[in-house]
Design a protein around this ligand. Structure first.
Ligand SMILES: NC(=O)c1ccc[n+]([C@@H]2O[C@H](COP(=O)([O-])OP(=O)(O)OC[C@H]3O[C@@H](n4cnc5c(N)ncnc54)[C@H](O)[C@@H]3O)[C@@H](O)[C@H]2O)c1
Length: 293
């Protein structure tokens, strides 16, 4: 049988592989013959993986220690791990969801990902509208710095502008928008370097370890289930994992810079004016809003 995906005998690294989408992806990659290295804050319980590495993506030294355990050649990297920001601070949320991914790419992946390899990230449909000029302007100072400390200072400075009061849930939106924007900026440099591809999936609400926190934010599971969109059901983690496996594979060999909404058309409906666009706002416009008298 032809190995159309091209994972056989090659190295894949998956963050967030202990639960939800990352775990479902690691299982698929093992099935497709990849040598899978899992990174998570808890040990990934996936049968057949090559190595499960326990690391905290909110901590630079923990990331450095994890990469000391990874091979020098990586074919496909999947940045799946993330936190919702519902019970975490703005800075923790921004660090795990954005800073860690940029730091890992700049410090390790440019060097270790092979010619024609791939980077695929999970952002969110909460990070839509990143391409609006006013939103890009807000994101620019957050994605510009290089190095862990510079990125953390820029993220902290953003919080300071609003008296340190940016909630974790807005940190989530900001982190996913920043990741979407930064991915688009990396298409050229990674192509020039080694024809490496970089893509994202933007999931709609998905049944995973995080669903309880998102439901809490939206006012409970009933509220979530009242708004299921054209699919008529919530996504399963494996719905996302399948698309990740495709984007990271040889089947997507001419795909780079894609922000693929895995939402059964919900964003398309918004773009067509068939349902309301609730995302075209800057964080500053929300945080500066004075409460009604
Ligand atoms: N579930 C949804 O509705 C939804 C919607 C849009 C986007 N997403 C995104 O999908 C991605 C995967 O999340 P999921 O839904 O599978 O949730 P999940 O909670 O099941 O999985 C997230 C995994 O990331 C790991 N992780 C979190 N913080 C970490 C850290 N500091 N260091 C190492 N590992 C860490 C967790 O241990 C967990 O295994 C996330 O980036 C999330 O933001 C989820």
């Amino acid at each position: 049988m032809t190995d159309h995906f091209g994972y056989q005998g090659r190295v894949s690294v998956v963050t967030g592989a202990a639960s939800g989408m990352g775990r479902a992806l690691a299982e698929i990659l093992v099935d497709l013959g990849a040598s899978v290295y899992a990174i998570d804050r808890v040990e990934a319980p996936v049968e057949g993986i090559t190595k499960a590495i326990v690391a905290d993506l909110g901590d630079k030294s923990s990331i450095d220690a994890a990469f000391a355990e990874l091979p020098k050649e990586i074919h496909s990297f999947f940045g799946v791990a993330g936190i919702s920001g519902v019970h975490q601070s703005y800075l923790d949320t921004f660090t795990v969801n954005f800073i860690a991914n940029k730091y890992i790419t700049d410090t390790y992946l440019r060097d270790r990902v092979v010619e024609r390899g791939s980077l695929t990230f999970v952002t969110s449909n909460g990070g839509l509208r990143w391409e609006n000029p006013d939103i890009r302007e807000e994101l620019q100072p957050l994605i510009d710095p290089s190095g862990w400390d510079g990125l953390v200072s820029a993220a902290s400075a953003f919080n300071d502008r609003f008296g340190g009061a940016v909630p974790g849930s807005l940190g989530y939106i900001l982190s996913k928008r920043a990741l979407n924007y930064w991915i688009a900026t990396q298409v050229g440099p990674l192509a020039d370097l080694k024809k490496i591809r970089i893509n994202a999936i933007l999931p709609a609400m998905t049944i995973s370890g995080m669903i309880g926190e998102f439901a809490e934010m939206k006012g409970g599971m009933d509220a979530v289930e009242a708004d299921l969109g054209p699919a008529g059901r919530l996504a399963e983690s494996v719905d996302m994992a399948r698309v990740l496996a495709f984007l990271g594979s040889d089947l997507a060999g001419y795909v780079s810079g894609a922000h693929l909404c895995v939402d059964f058309g919900m964003n398309a409906q918004q773009l067509a004016g068939l349902s309301p666009d609730r995302l075209s706002w800057t964080l500053a416009s929300v945080l500066n809003r004075t409460p009604a008298a």
